[in-house]
Design a protein around this ligand. Sequence first.
Ligand SMILES: [Mn+2]
Length: 407
Amino acid sequence: MTVTFIHAADVHLDHPFQGLSGLPEAIGARVRRSTLSSWSRLVDFAVQHGADFIVIAGDVFDHVGRGLRAEAFFRRELERLHERGIDVFICHGNHDPLDSHWSGIQYGENARTFGPHPEVLRFEKPGRPTVHLYGFSYPTRHVTTNMLGGYTKAPGADYHIGVLHGSIKGDADHDVYAPFAVADLLEKDFDYWALGHIHKRNVIHDDPPIVYPGSLQGLSAKETGEKGFYFVTMERGRVAKEFIPAGDVIWDEAMIDLEGAPNPDALLRACLKEKEARRRSGAGVLLRVVLTGRSDLALDLMERADEYLEALRDGEDEREDFVWITALEDQTAPKYDRDKLAQGSHFLGDLIRLADERRPLADRLAPLYRHHQARRFLDPLGPEDEEAIWRAAEKWLLDSLLKNRDS
Ligand SMILES: [Mn+2]
């Protein structure tokens, strides 16, 4: 006997994307709707493949306000699953805890939500193995204690699945919610651990699988690559899983080496080639392009960045499978020998030595940050921003000065 289920997490329905103002309307609209679209894709897949149930390991909604559109949409999609007899097991995470603002929308009987304390929910269907699901929903935003004491294997099922929204103990990169150690999970002797909270896909353990599916749809330029869910089949005591892409818009990055690019046309061709290589059927791509290598084109790029972008973006806003280049980032190295110049007792040497001092920019930017209108739009500069400004300024000056010298 076989049972199949979908494991998803971090759906973040109706996530309010930031910084879309530079995008054409059609592409901006796709991005804004992408968390909903990706959930619909998951539901389509469940219906087409006759999945027995779906597990959501936290953060169905993006924020405590939830939003009426997100809730109404979610219920409508649940109904679609209900018509096909597909159950949904929901755990709420730190983004949508049980005490967040509900609109009062009630879900159908196929949707079952874990309560505030670890508990067992039972999947039973004629002709299918029986499954116990263990989990809890965040009662409030912060759950910082190890909750695994409450996960106790209950006899009477063919398979056992742990559902947990949390992070590995000692993970310095993430707020530590419901921290656990992998050994804690293995000790429970379950057949599968459906984790959520970390937005990057990660299979922590193979047998039994301990899995972060990652966010269903990338939520920012930092969440790059294909996003989706796992389709899991349990049969004769064996567990097989397959990753299924679901994201409607993919954030991607490409590094292009300009070493062999002698002129602007070569640069353009290299970018266009990369663009086509990134195109995916059925999804849009937002592509950040980083240019590297030793090149003389840096100055041309700086002066005509908008023109390059225009040429590269032409027609993309009319395509379903768009590849929209969000930025051309110049990390090329100059053709001149910086170290040698830095040792010279000439103006260029002075310039480099001055740049190397990396004096703080705060004083010089103070009037801008005090400006009563400008300051509302300015984020404080971090050390990385300051570094980038120094690098760009130095490059622009050196490139300009050296170019004029040659001509
Ligand atoms: Mn999340």
